[in-house]
Design a protein around this ligand. Structure first.
Ligand SMILES: Cc1cc2nc3c(=O)[nH]c(=O)nc-3n(C[C@H](O)[C@H](O)[C@H](O)COP(=O)(O)OP(=O)(O)OC[C@H]3O[C@@H](n4cnc5c(N)ncnc54)[C@H](O)[C@@H]3O)c2cc1C
Length: 453
């Protein structure tokens, strides 16, 4: 069976990897990547001891650990894993003109300024009525269950940190499916979370499997490089898919260099790009794919040649009333224990709060970043090195109706275009572990198709 995978980001690489692993000689895979390198939004530049990540900066295995941990071994990456420093457990919020610690324990919470503002809402969450709608925005869900303060100051900052999106538009069912499910099943998520027992990892569990997140020595690019090294299939670099057609049970892939026929095409492209490749007669599918919007983020990488950070930790988030342009600042050097080699900060700007980020000059964005560092972290030193990286149209927005649109695609594609399957961040989660898990699920679901050919 001949399979084309379109897009050499993490979704395409992991789909190709799982295809080869599961179906071996039954299939022949071709991977097409528009650029001269694989990785998509997982790209690293190394500058001395500091890493400049273009996109993803760490992996948080979470519920995907059972898939991710063996994969790290298969890809021979365990020796390259870099763990966070103990300081990384400290996070902050920039509120009322200063950094406030996000409590790490119940004791810390009881003594934090957040206690007075949030205790009543948290303690009475279990008594709130269940929502009646099938889906609602993140803002509506949290306002209903926890009130305005937690929604506007805490949830909004957290969501901004993950999706760079607007809580008034994003769907709670698609962005936080576990919390949504807890309310549906148990009526309360605080009660469900508090009743969950903490299971300690068994004796002998390696340290990297106990860490909440990790990166790799040399940066996140080690992941796409490891996938690439493990693949047998040819990768056609610098080759863009420009058209897809479907005839007599085959898919015809036209790139800017060739035309090839396949039994199956896995699109690991952002949904709107795939939409543009499909023939006009699949109008409803094209429209549904094109409905996913994307937000942009600019990261200002600021490197100081000596330690200047006064607040050790992972970083801080910024509620929109404090500064609508800056989403947060990651203290890279502190989070990974490199502060003694000089401070490295990543100032994240943009998202739905500041869409003008794409049309603002590099100089102006670097200036905004340095002003934020001075105001929020009280660092007035001049960075020895600065670089702005713009991730344009990079983060898909799972807005209200996302789940219905997905269901429509799942129902319609097998009937209308059975030679096409979908992978990537446009559908089932934007984080790297979620994307790998959905590629794995997709490949597992293809058994009937592969054995039929
Ligand atoms: C600034 C930022 C920070 C992030 N931080 C984290 C983090 O810390 N942890 C985490 O887990 N996730 C993070 N993410 C999210 C994560 O990096 C992305 O969701 C993920 O990398 C997307 O992978 P993908 O393969 O779905 O898509 P992409 O990475 O977009 O890959 C698509 C690929 O398709 C190629 N392509 C496009 N058009 C064509 C064509 N016509 N033909 C052939 N190829 C084509 C592109 O060149 C690209 O390589 C972050 C993202 C950004 C932008």
């Amino acid at each position: 069976m001949r399979v084309a995978v379109l897009g050499g980001g993490i979704a395409g690489l992991s789909a190709a990897y799982f295809l080869e692993k599961r179906y071996g000689d039954f299939i022949q895979v071709h991977l097409y990547e528009k650029k001269e390198e694989v990785g998509g939004w997982v790209q690293t530049e190394q500058l001395g001891p500091h890493l400049l990540e273009h996109g993803a900066r760490s992996l948080r295995p979470g519920p995907r650990a059972p898939l991710l941990f063996p994969l790290m071994r298969e890809l021979e990456l365990t020796g390259a894993i870099e763990l966070p420093a103990p300081e990384a457990s400290q996070r902050y919020l920039y509120r009322e003109g200063q950094l406030q610690k996000v409590p790490n324990s119940i004791r810390e919470y009881l003594f934090s300024p957040l206690f007075r503002k949030t205790a009543f809402s948290l303690l009475t969450e279990w008594s709130r009525r269940k929502g009646e709608r099938d889906d609602e925005t993140i803002a509506a869900f949290f306002r209903r269950r926890l009130g305005d303060f937690i929604t506007d100051e805490l949830v909004d900052s957290l969501v901004t940190g993950i999706f760079a999106g607007d809580i008034e538009e994003l769907s709670v069912k698609s962005c936080f499916p576990m919390l949504y499910q807890m309310e549906k099943e148990k009526g309360s998520f605080t009660r469900t979370l508090l009743s969950q027992k903490r299971v300690s990892p068994p004796e002998g569990t390696p340290e990297w499997q106990k860490a909440p997140f990790f990166t790799f020595k040399g940066g996140m690019r080690r992941l796409p490089e490891a996938f690439k090294a493990a693949l047998r299939c040819p990768i056609f670099y610098g080759e863009s898919a420009v058209r897809l057609q479907f005839q007599e049970n085959l898919a015809v892939v036209t790139t800017d260099k060739r035309e090839e026929r396949y039994h199956l095409v896995i699109s690991a492209l952002p949904a709107p790009l795939l939409s543009a490749l499909l023939p006009g007669k699949h109008e409803a599918i094209k429209k549904t794919l094109a409905a996913t919007s994307y937000n942009s983020i600019a990261t200002a990488h600021l490197i100081y040649d000596r330690p200047v950070l006064k607040f050790p930790g992972f970083g801080h988030l910024v509620p929109k009333n404090a500064d609508p342009r800056v989403l947060g600042i990651v203290y890279d050097s502190s989070a990974f224990g490199k502060e003694s080699l000089g401070t490295k900060l990543s100032v994240m700007m943009g998202g739905s709060r500041y869409p003008e980020v794409v049309s603002t000059s590099e100089q102006a964005l670097l200036q905004t970043a340095k002003e934020a560092v001075e105001k929020m972290l009280r660092i007035s030193a001049v960075p020895a090195y600065q670089k702005l990286l713009l991730a344009e149209q990079a983060i898909p927005q799972y807005t209200l109706g996302h789940e219905k649109r997905l269901q429509f695609l799942l129902d319609t594609l097998p009937k209308e275009i059975p030679q096409l399957a979908l992978a990537g961040s446009s559908y089932y989660g934007v984080s790297v572990p979620e994307i790998i898990a959905s590629s794995h699920l997709l490949v597992s679901s293809l058994t009937a198709t592969v054995t039929k050919v």
